[in-house]
Write a protein that binds this ligand. Structure first.
Ligand code: ZN
Length: 241
């Protein structure tokens, strides 16, 4: 079983399509989506339809939650706010209802999947440090947990203490250790590399592969400007921070 794990698509259809094509080439047999299908970029409806057609487990991201709700979001910056308003407009009532009822986390094949930290569902806390990872590990009942939200690929390891270890192309798991892993973002990477990121969990080989895929970024950027979304949203795809 090879599970393609993808997160933070954020309405970037070109990036999503490239990742799904790459998954086929990498012999992925199942997929799991870590949330934030919508928000920021120009194709929320197209991305949501493709993700739903996969029929895979999907957890809810904070942007999915904001788009699914009637009330306008509080405490978001202009770039996020405009993306949420645009997504709300582009989706049907049924699609927004679908987003609003997604679970905050789930288990599939003995692995936990969540968008944010495992403490306090819907807290939308980020996991960027060993300290933040430690809090989440406290609630992690499985050896492996995959999360999203920060748009940065990371591996945290818990044995006696918690440490962060470097992301490599292929990372093998060891007995007696637990892992908290971020595959990075499909549609808006923030680690300085503009290429779409995702991961493949190979349960038989007991490892995770971190992958990057080039996509038609010019078309994605053009669509953002044509949709009247902020210029910064378009620029951010390239500088990836
Ligand atoms: Zn996100």
């Amino acid at each position: 079983m090879r599970i393609g794990i993808f997160s933070d698509i954020h309405s970037n259809f070109e990036a999503l399509r490239a990742v799904l094509e790459d998954m086929l080439a990498k012999k992925v047999t199942h997929t799991v989506c870590l949330g934030d299908v919508v928000g920021y970029n120009a194709n929320p409806a197209e991305c949501l339809r493709v993700v739903r057609e996969l029929g895979c487990p999907v957890v809810q991201g904070n942007h999915d939650n904001d788009v699914g709700r009637e009330e306008d979001p509080e405490h978001v910056n202009r770039m996020a706010g405009e993306g949420i308003a645009f997504s709300k407009n582009a989706l049907t009532q049924e699609e927004r209802q679908y987003l609003s009822q997604l679970p905050s986390h789930l288990q599939f094949e003995g692995v936990t999947f969540t968008h944010d930290t495992l403490d306090g569902p819907g807290s939308w806390n980020y996991i960027n440090s060993v300290l933040e990872a430690e809090v989440s590990f406290h609630y992690q009942r499985t050896q492996l947990c995959f999360y999203g939200h920060t748009h940065v690929p990371r591996i945290f390891v818990k044995s006696y203490g918690v440490r962060e270890t470097q992301v490599v192309r292929r990372f093998e798991f060891r007995k007696g250790e637990r892992y908290l892993i971020n595959p990075g973002s499909v549609g808006q990477p923030r680690d300085g590399d503009w290429r779409a990121a995702y991961a493949v969990l190979d349960l038989k080989a007991n490892c995770v592969e971190f992958l990057r895929v080039e996509y038609d970024i010019e078309t994605a950027q053009r669509k953002i400007l044509a949709a009247g979304l902020p210029e910064k949203t378009s620029q951010r795809l390239r500088y990836a921070h």
